[in-house]
Design a protein around this ligand. Structure first.
Ligand code: 5GP
Ligand code: MG
Length: 463
């Protein structure tokens, strides 16, 4: 079966109960921009009507004039930043989606990836539904509209039980903001509150800190949160839950200042670096991290190994994440523009590079070349996650095993391909212990499918 996956990593931000909600949403989304750079949008609610603006590119591209935010007057807002794949980078897929029905208006934003989207879409189309995008978000809206339950919340709950996979949804109506999280909580979602009483639902806690809000609590698997003039209410749409937070959030995706399930991301990464130093020591003069995502792990490696930490690589801060570039050619060019070696640091030195993960191997190979050209005499690579062997179906842009260097090659072969003097990875148990979740679920509550091939849910359309 041909597999199409849209929706990606992405991020959602919602606020309810403050004047100029769009501006707060803009600031919040800005702190979540690392989760997707392909599109952005905001929908506000004002006097019983919804209104929105969205577009392709970075948030600052979409809202480049003061008038763009001023034009969105409202007391509640939901926003989205989008991480798409090559074929899905079109205007029609940019969220939030705004639906105007004869009897109600609703806006919807989605972070994650459904595993039964193809099946649901076909069923809905066979019944006459017409889709205008490739997005999974539209599927949920069709289900909500078709549900025969009485209240909107009952209709949403019924629909949430039909979609499978990874999702955190935000829905805005003229009178309510509703959030929902999948039964495994693959993606993070948190509830917070501003000092004026306004409530927020955000993909990462850094968006609460940036906007001056306090965390109330993480949303739990299978929960639906309803926010309206009476405050917030937490209900469940299913009891059939099993916590399985995507380990890639801790490894790479989330911002270091965010907490997921009460665990700070920087601290988790630093612990992974410490454990890596214990499991895979290297004889070297300096420890160098790959900016920015590996810096936390590299500091842990340096601390534990006693080898001094140095800034041997610098990053051009004006280049978006290389991964997001859809073709291999563009990806390679992206890496060259992004990183440079600091010759004064590495010349004549034995260097140990700490990286957060190796996916295709493009980045590591290039970094090793750079360091050798800059005069490093030995380059040892230590990776703060296990070999990435199995694809993701829960919203990270890697679903083809052919793309994964560790799927087809042994560690020794990868070492050879990337040109390192030595190469070692963090173990699965080392990673679980370093992150330190304590849920009564497999792998203490982490989704480790990338490394073990054990998917915590059926894969439906991907099977
Ligand atoms: P590659 O080995 O494919 O050249 O690149 C791997 C690097 O890309 C990682 O070290 C990480 O910093 C970065 N990266 C960007 N997006 C992702 C992602 O979605 N997952 C992972 N694991 N790494 C990513
Ligand atoms: Mg990296």
């Amino acid at each position: 079966m041909e597999v199409k996956r849209f929706g990606g990593g992405c991020s959602v931000f919602g606020v309810w109960g403050i004047s100029d909600a769009a501006r707060l949403c803009y600031f919040g989304l800005h702190s979540l921009q690392h989760r997707g750079q392909d599109g952005a949008g905001i929908v506000v609610s004002h006097k019983g009507k919804l209104k929105g603006r969205n577009g392709l590119g970075l948030l600052t591209d979409v809202f480049k004039d003061e008038g763009h935010i001023n034009g969105l007057k409202g007391e509640a807002a939901i926003g989205h930043v989008r991480y798409g794949t090559a074929e899905s980078n079109e205007m029609k897929n940019i969220q939030p989606f705004l639906f105007e029905f004869h009897d109600e208006e609703m806006a919807l934003a989605h972070n994650g990836n459904l595993t039964n989207a193809t099946t649901l879409r076909k069923e809905l189309e066979d019944e006459g539904a017409i889709f205008s995008s490739h997005s999974d978000a539209e599927i949920l809206m069709h289900l909500i509209r078709r549900s025969e339950k009485e209240t909107l919340i009952e209709r949403i709950k019924e629909s949430l039980n039909k979609v499978k996979g990874a999702f955190s949804y935000l829905i805005l109506t003229p009178t309510e903001m509703i959030g929902a999280l999948d039964p495994n909580s693959f993606r993070p979602l948190s509830l917070g509150q501003l000092s004026n009483g306004a409530y927020m639902l955000v993909s990462e806690t850094c968006a609460l800190d940036v906007t001056g809000a306090k965390l109330i609590r993480s949303v739990e698997p299978g929960e639906i949160i309803i926010i309206n003039k009476d405050g917030y209410q937490i209900e469940t749409y299913t009891k059939d839950t099993m916590i399985s937070i995507d380990s890639m959030e801790y490894i790479y995706f989330a911002r270091p200042d965010s907490d997921i399930a009460g665990v700070n991301v920087h601290t988790a990464r630093k612990n992974m670096g410490r454990t890596l130093a214990a499991e895979a020591p290297a004889s070297a003069d300096v420890v160098v991290g790959v900016p920015n995502s590996s810096l936390s792990a590299a500091s842990g490696y340096a601390e534990k190994s006693g080898i001094p930490y140095e800034m041997g690589l610098v990053k051009n801060q004006y280049i978006a994440r290389t991964f997001i570039r859809p073709t291999q050619e563009l990806r390679e060019l992206g890496v060259r523009m992004k990183l440079s070696a600091v010759s004064g640091v590495v010349k004549g030195k034995k260097v140990v590079i700490v990286d957060d993960s190796i996916v295709r191997g493009t980045t590591s190979k290039h970094i090793i070349q750079l360091l050798r050209e800059a005069g490093a005499v030995e380059v040892h690579v230590r990776v703060a996650s296990p070999p990435f062997r199995y694809p993701s179906f829960y919203g990270i842009d890697v679903e083809d095993r052919k793309e994964l260097i560790a799927a087809a090659h042994s560690v020794e072969e990868i070492r050879e391909i990337i040109g390192a003097d030595s190469l070692e990875f963090l173990s699965v148990t080392g990673m679980i212990d370093s992150i330190g979740l304590t849920f009564d679920s497999p792998y203490n509550g982490l989704c480790m499918a990338y490394f073990t091939g054990e998917y915590p849910t059926p894969l439906y359309d991907y099977e």
